[in-house]
Design a protein around this ligand. Structure first.
Ligand code: NAI
Length: 319
């Protein structure tokens, strides 16, 4: 049973990702201070979290072993940064993806935090050297990049700054495990981290195939959702190789030549503009018009699918 744990976590920025992190930490039994510069934003965030947790509880998908009221009692809002970080063990920054803004916030935190707290950023693509270089507490700094929505998609990429203390990485890794996330460690920073590098490789070839008229946009998406994606929800590309022959060495022996031949036929990096953009946009808008109502409906459908997939993965793990 998840006990209520010692130590407080601070979430800086109560938008989409900040709210989700707050819920994940509370589900793991941690006290959470949700900080934002705008009081109204904090109030809305707390209301939204209450609504989400109650709904999750009703459908049996609330994370952790504490009930919704117990988890909600662990989360409180705050608009005073100094008071928020007092005594905190971990700070997860979730402000808009803007380098100058994030540098300013980490600069402010650097002046008021102790030598024990971990300072972590949710940034999707800003490198740790851009965010943390020059900070007095750089050893305590790390990027913990979640996947949207973190409540249902547990992966977190941990990316250290060259001066990050190995202890910071290990402690963050352990903390992520404790709250039920699935952390991965990068040994050093790289543009796009790992998830987006893989995603961009797929987007790039998808774009070329549609742009070259080999396949329609809708069929291209089916190749992923009804093909590759079916197994990628349970195992990665490397294990897939291992199982698709008599082990990895046999796979390479059988397929390396073919893989290299096909890879050499890949075209240049697409511009993501022009005729291909128009064609792909038209096809996407036919399925889901790009207005907020339709996009939100489809996002709700996607999140609902993710909830059910998360449930299935949980059942499979406990088999
Ligand atoms: P958002 O725009 O929904 O929320 C940002 C929040 O930060 C707002 O509540 C805003 O009031 C607050 N804020 C602005 N300035 C602040 C300050 N000085 N101090 C405290 N709070 C402040 O943004 P979102 O989508 O939640 O993204 C947050 C971070 O998470 C970004 O770095 C983003 O790249 C990253 N991320 C986003 C993902 C996504 O799909 N939305 C996925 C993974 C990471």
């Amino acid at each position: 049973m998840t006990a209520i744990r010692e130590g407080r976590v601070v979430i800086v920025g109560s938008g989409l990702i900040g709210r989700s992190w707050a819920m994940v930490f509370a589900s793991g039994g941690y006290q959470v201070k949700l900080y934002d510069i705008v009081q109204e934003q904090v109030t809305t965030a707390l209301e939204n979290i209450r609504k989400q947790m109650k709904e999750l509880e009703e459908i049996g998908m609330l994370k952790g072993t504490l009930n919704a009221e117990q988890q909600l009692s662990l989360i409180s809002g705050c608009t005073d940064l100094k008071a928020a970080v007092e005594g905190a063990i971990y700070i997860q920054e979730c402000t808009p993806e803007n380098l100058e803004l994030k540098k300013k916030i980490f600069g402010q935190l650097d002046l008021i935090v102790s030598n024990n707290v971990i300072l972590s950023s949710s940034t999707s693509c800003l490198l740790p050297t851009k965010l943390f270089t020059g900070l007095k507490h750089v050893k305590q700094c790390i990027v913990a990049h979640p996947v949207n929505p973190p409540y249902y998609v547990p992966l977190v990429e941990l990316v250290p700054h060259p001066e990050t203390d190995p202890c910071t990485l290990e402690k963050t890794y352990a903390l992520m495990k404790k709250i039920g996330q699935s952390p991965v460690r990068l040994t050093k920073e790289i543009d796009g981290f790992v998830l987006n590098r893989l995603q961009y490789a797929i987007i790039s070839e998808a774009w070329r195939l549609v742009g070259d008229g080999i396949i329609s946009p809708v069929d291209l998406d089916l190749v992923m959702s009804d093909g590759l994606g079916m197994r990628y929800a349970f195992m990665g590309p490397l294990e897939t190789m291992h199982l698709n022959a008599e082990g990895m060495l046999n796979y390479c022996e059988r397929y390396r030549e073919g893989i290299i031949r096909v890879l050499k036929s890949f075209g240049p990096i697409p511009e993501f503009t022009g005729v291909a953009e128009e064609k792909i946009n038209t096809a996407m808008c036919e399925e889901t018009p790009a207005d907020s109502e339709h996009l939100n409906d489809r996002r709700c459908w996607r999140d609902n699918c993710l909830v059910r997939l998360a449930k299935l993965k949980k059942e499979i793990k406990s088999d």
